[in-house]
Design a protein around this ligand. Structure first.
Ligand code: ATP
Length: 588
C-alpha cells in the first residue's frame, strides 16, 4: 500500500468537533432549547390519552364534554410539537451548512498552507479523496446528523424522564429492557472506527492506482506494463471490496439486534403494567400512557441508531480531513530575508527522498551572478533534484544551498520568487482572467506592466482575446500549449528574479511549440543568472560553465574547452557526438 497522509486520533477529532460546535454555539443552544420545548409538548399528548381512558373508566354525566376537551388539548399540543420540531430542524440545518463550509475552508487553508517541498511529496489520490469524498461525507453529516441527533437525544431524554415520573416501577422496567440496545451499540462502536478507516484508506489507494495508471497510460503501453497495472488495480479493488464488506457485515449484525431490543421495553411494560393494573397498583390510563411513551421512544432511538452507524463512517472521514493538521511542515514557517548579493552557493549538499538512500552526495557548487551554467548527466544522476534544491523547493538534509548567504528554502514564497524561479514544462493556467493569472506573480502589477510582460514573451494572442486582460480563460477561451507556456513565462518576467533554473522547459514539447517557447524563453533569460539542465550538448556548449553529474555527485565542473581537453566524462560525450552528431540528445 502506498504512503498515506496522517489520520487524526479520536481526541483530536473530538476536540475539532467541539471547536466547530462552539464556533456556532448560539445555534446549538437554539436547537437544544427549541427541541426541549418540542419534546415537552410531545409528552402532553400521551398523558392526555391516559386521562381520557381514566375519565371514560370513571364515567359520569359530563364524560363526553371532558373527553372532548382532553382530545382538543391533545390536538393543540401535537400541532405545537410539530411546529417547534420544524423550527428546531431549520436552525439545525442552517448550523450544518455553516459548519460544513467551515470544515471545507479549513481543509483548503491547510492544504494551501503546506510548503511546496511538503506538498510535492504528498500522495495526491489520498489528498483528493480527503478534499472531495471525505469532506462531502463530513458536510452531509453536519448538515443532517447534528440537528437530527440533537432532536432525537432531547426527545428520548424527555420520554425516559416522563415515564419514570409517571410511574417509577414501570419506568425502571422499561429502562432495564433497553440494555440490549446499549449492548448492540457498544459492540458496534468498538469495531466500526477501524472498519471505516479501512474503507476510506482502501478507497483512496484505489483512486491513486487508477489515477496513476491513467496518467501514465502512454508509458504503460510503450513498456508493455498493462498486465502489471491490471493486477495492481485488481488487488486495490479486492482490498477496497473486502474493507466495504467488513463494514457492511457490522451493520447486518447491528440493525437486527437493535430492532429486537427496541421492541422489548414495550413488551416489558405491558407485561408488568398488566400485572400491576390487575392488582390495582396503577390505573389503566397510566399503563397506556407509559406504553405510548415507550412506543414513542422507538422513533428517536431508531434515529440515534441510524446516526450512530453513519457517524462511524463520518467520524473516520472527519479524522482524515482533520489529519491534514498533523502533516509535519518539516520546518518552522520561513521568516528570513535574503542577505546581500545574488551569489548562489551549494556547500556539501546531501539529499534523500527516502531515509535509506542519498541521491545527492555532498555537492559543492558556486554560481556567480549573470553566469550561465549548464548541468549535464545521465538519467537519474540527480540533476532535477539539484534544481529543486537550488529553487528552494526542497532543502538538503546536510549541507546548505544559499543565495547571498541565506538558505534559499528559508525565504518566504513571495521573496523567494523575486530571487529564483524554476521553470519546468509543467505550467498551470488558472480558470480565471488573464489579469489575475498574471498577478499571481506580482499582485500589485499595473496593466501596463502586464502588457509589457506579455509583449516580452511574444504573446501576440492577447490581441485576439475578446476582453483583453479581462478575458476569462477556461470558459469559451482556452490557450494552446505554447500560449499557456508564454503566460507562465510572462509571470516570470513580472516576478523578475535574478536567477532562473530551467528543467526540461521545452524538452518534451512538439517542435513547433518548442520553437515558439524557446523564442519567448530567450527574452526572459536575458540579463539573468541561468542554470539550465541541458538535454542537448549544444546547450551545454553555449553555457559559460558546465557541471557534469553522475550518480548524485558533481564529477566535473569547467568551461566547455576545459572539459573537452580534460577528456573525461564530458570530453568523451562531446567526442562521441562529433562522431555521430544525430546523438546530440543527452539522456533519454
Ligand atoms: P532525469 O534526467 O531522468 O530527470 P535526473 O538526473 O534529473 O534524471 P533526478 O530526477 O534528480 O535525476 O533523480 C535522482 C534520483 O532520485 C533517481 O535515482 C530517482 O530515481 C530518485 N528520485 C527522483 N524523484 C524521486 C522521488 N520523488 N521519490 C523518490 N526517489 C526519487
Amino acid at each position: 500500500m502506498s504512503r498515506q497522509l496522517p489520520i487524526a486520533g479520536t481526541p483530536e477529532v473530538r476536540a475539532a468537533a467541539l471547536r466547530d460546535l462552539r464556533a456556532d454555539r448560539g445555534a446549538v443552544v437554539g436547537i437544544v432549547c427549541v427541541n426541549g420545548l418540542a419534546a415537552a409538548a410531545g409528552l402532553v399528548g400521551p398523558w392526555l390519552l391516559g386521562r381520557i381512558i381514566d375519565t371514560i373508566q370513571a364515567g359520569g354525566s359530563d364524560v363526553l364534554s371532558r373527553v372532548d376537551r382532553l382530545a382538543f388539548g391533545a390536538l393543540v399540543f401535537t400541532i405545537v410539537q410539530t411546529t417547534l420540531t420544524w423550527w428546531a430542524l431549520k436552525i439545525g440545518y442552517r448550523f450544518g451548512e455553516r459548519t460544513a463550509a467551515r470544515v471545507r475552508e479549513r481543509f483548503l487553508k491547510r492544504t494551501l498552507a503546506l510548503p511546496p517541498r511538503v506538498a510535492d511529496h504528498l500522495p495526491t489520490g489520498d489528498l483528493i479523496a480527503r478534499g472531495s469524498t471525505d469532506a462531502s461525507v463530513v458536510a452531509m453529516t453536519l448538515r443532517y446528523a447534528v440537528p437530527e441527533v440533537l432532536v432525537a437525544l432531547v426527545h428520548a431524554l424527555f420520554l425516559v424522564v416522563a415515564v419514570v415520573i409517571l410511574d417509577p416501577l414501570l419506568g425502571l422496567c422499561g429502562l432495564a429492557c433497553l440494555i440490549g440496545v446499549a449492548a448492540a451499540v457498544r459492540w458496534y462502536v468498538r469495531r466500526a472506527r477501524p472498519a471505516y478507516l479501512a474503507v476510506a484508506a482502501t478507497g483512496a489507494e484505489l483512486a491513486d492506482v487508477v489515477a496513476s495508471t491513467a496518467k501514465g497510460a502512454r508509458t504503460i503501453e510503450l513498456l508493455g506494463l498493462e498486465q502489471r497495472r491490471a493486477q495492481a488495480t485488481e488487488s486495490a479493488v479486492t482490498q477496497a471490496r473486502s474493507a466495504r464488506l467488513g463494514a457492511l457485515w457490522l451493520r447486518t449484525v447491528l440493525f437486527p439486534w437493535a430492532d429486537v431490543s427496541l421492541a422489548l421495553p414495550v413488551v416489558g411494560v405491558l407485561l408488568v403494567g398488566g400485572a400491576l393494573q390487575a392488582n390495582g397498583v396503577v390505573s389503566l390510563g397510566v399503563v397506556v400512557t407509559a406504553t405510548v411513551y415507550l412506543r414513542q421512544l422507538v422513533g428517536p432511538l431508531d434515529t440515534l441508531m441510524v446516526w450512530i452507524e453513519q457517524l462511524q463512517g463520518a467520524g473516520a472521514s472527519y479524522a482524515r480531513v482533520e489529519g491534514l493538521a498533523d502533516i509535519p511542515s518539516e520546518e518552522p514557517q520561513p521568516t528570513t530575508h535574503a542577505g546581500a548579493g545574488d551569489r548562489i552557493q551549494v556547500s556539501n549538499a546531501h539529499y534523500s527522498y527516502t531515509d535509506d538512500r542519498d541521491v545527492l552526495h555532498g555537492i559543492d557548487l558556486s554560481v556567480q551572478p549573470g553566469e550561465r551554467l549548464a548541468i549535464v548527466g545521465t538519467s537519474g544522476a540527480g540533476k532535477s533534484t539539484l534544481a529543486r534544491l537550488l529553487a528552494g523547493l526542497d532543502r538538503p538534509h546536510t549541507g546548505s544551498v544559499t543565495i547571498g548567504g541565506t538558505p534559499v528554502a528559508d525565504l518566504p514564497p513571495d521573496e523567494l520568487r523575486e530571487h529564483v524561479v524554476l521553470i519546468t514544462q509543467d505550467h498551470h493556467v488558472f480558470h480565471d482572467t488573464v489579469r489575475d493569472n498574471l498577478r499571481i506573480a506580482r499582485p500589485n502589477a499595473t496593466d501596463e506592466e502586464l502588457y509589457a510582460a506579455l509583449d516580452a514573451v511574444g504573446a501576440a494572442w492577447l490581441n485576439d482575446l475578446p476582453d483583453g486582460l479581462d478575458t476569462q480563460i477556461g470558459d469559451d477561451t482556452s490557450l494552446d500549449g505554447a500560449s499557456a507556456q508564454q503566460l507562465s513565462l510572462a509571470r516570470v518576467v513580472l516576478a523578475d528574479p535574478h536567477t532562473l533554473i530551467l528543467d526540461e522547459a521545452t524538452a518534451q514539447l512538439d517542435p513547433r511549440t518548442a520553437r515558439r517557447t524557446e523564442q519567448s524563453l530567450a527574452a526572459v533569460l536575458r540579463g539573468r543568472t541561468v542554470i539550465a539542465i541541458a538535454h542537448r550538448l549544444q546547450t551545454a556548449h553555449d553555457a559559460d560553465r558546465i557541471a557534469v553529474m553522475e550518480a548524485g555527485e558533481l564529477v566535473e565542473l569547467g568551461t566547455h574547452d576545459e572539459l573537452v581537453s580534460a577528456g573525461r566524462v564530458y570530453g568523451k560525450l562531446w567526442k562521441s557526438w562529433h562522431a555521430q552528431p544525430d546523438e546530440n540528445q543527452l539522456g533519454p
